[in-house]
Design a protein around this ligand. Structure first.
Ligand code: C5P
Length: 293
């Protein structure tokens, strides 16, 4: 446990960029604008990247990135955190700036929304830091310009998401919140665009998520097959997860390569995680739970 930072300045704000998991993702159609129409149940983990921010007296926005997955990340204007900050600054027409620190704990380009969650956390943090008068609809509009998954990451609660990511509806499913969830990533980054373009064009039907049993039994991730073609390690992860005692479901999240597994209880998750880490110390794992709304 880190000790509390007694030197922390009073104006330092902190947000968690919660990892996003698609419990099911049904791709329905290729659209004329190059995006795909999908239906997906988005849930969020209790853990994620950490974002800290404090006011910058000169009105500048700057970013430092640390943490286990910081290597190679651009801290310049192309970074989604910087783009989110700039978008909000422009939208509000404010002269105020911010010094931001992102602690990157989630693997990059891994289907759990790391960059999208970071952008959403930036919007939430700066709206607080700058006392912005901005409603949820305006924030969602800014968010969609930053990426398809960013609007859902702003509230980071369980939602049924459709369109290309702009249609959001809060969607509680009994028994889901608080469930132990293990995330496993093989250390292979996959491109969302490349995975979507490998979709075979077959619409296998809508997503119904009225109950956990329905999500588990009839839910799919239609991107699993094209993602596995690019990253065969996804099949290895699913094989390593399936058959574990206390497992409810194991599936890929988003466009991969991270897979998730839901367990009956913490003990079952812990045993599976220990076994997988012993077999594959090169894989990244995170033991977490589904975040409550
Ligand atoms: O919106 P975002 O920038 O996250 O999407 C990255 C890429 O993933 C898009 O350029 C597109 O190729 C693909 N995509 C898609 N359909 C979606 C979301 C993303 O085809 N609904």
């Amino acid at each position: 446990m880190p000790l509390p930072d007694l030197e922390a300045p009073a104006d330092l704000l902190v947000e968690t960029a919660y990892a996003k998991v698609n419990l099911a993702l049904h791709v329905r159609a290729r659209r004329d604008d190059g995006y795909h129409a999908f239906e997906s149940l988005f849930v969020f983990a209790e853990h994620g990247d950490r974002l800290e921010g404090q006011a910058d007296a000169d009105g500048a926005i700057d970013l430092v990135i640390d943490g286990p997955f910081a290597a190679g990340l651009d801290t310049g204007s192309g970074n989604l955190v910087m783009r989110a900050a700039k978008a909000l600054q422009d939208y509000l027409g404010t002269e105020r700036g911010a010094r931001l620190r992102l602690t990157k704990r989630l693997p990059v380009a891994s289907g759990i929304g790391g960059g999208s969650a970071d952008a959403a956390a930036t919007l939430r943090l700066l709206a607080r830091l700058w006392d912005a008068r901005i409603d949820a609809g305006e924030l969602a509009g800014l968010a969609l310009d930053l990426g398809s998954d960013v609007p859902a990451c702003v509230p980071s609660v369980t939602q049924m998401v459709s369109g290309r990511g702009e249609h959001l509806a809060r969607h509680g499913v009994a028994g889901l919140e608080g469930l132990p969830m293990l995330l496993v990533n093989p250390g292979v980054a996959v491109s969302t665009a490349a995975v979507f373009s490998g979709w075979d064009g077959q619409d296998h039907g809508p997503l119904s998520a009225d109950s956990l049993d329905q999500l588990i039994g009839a839910g799919r991730n239609d991107l699993e097959r094209p993602a596995m073609a690019l990253a065969p390690a996804i099949a290895d992860i699913l094989a390593a997860l399936r058959g574990r005692a206390g497992l409810k479901v194991a599936r890929m999240s988003g466009s991969g390569a991270t897979c998730f597994a839901l367990f009956d209880d913490d003990a079952a998750m812990g045993r599976a995680a220990d076994a997988i880490r012993a077999e594959r110390p090169d894989w990244w794992t995170m033991e977490t739970r589904i975040r409550s709304a």
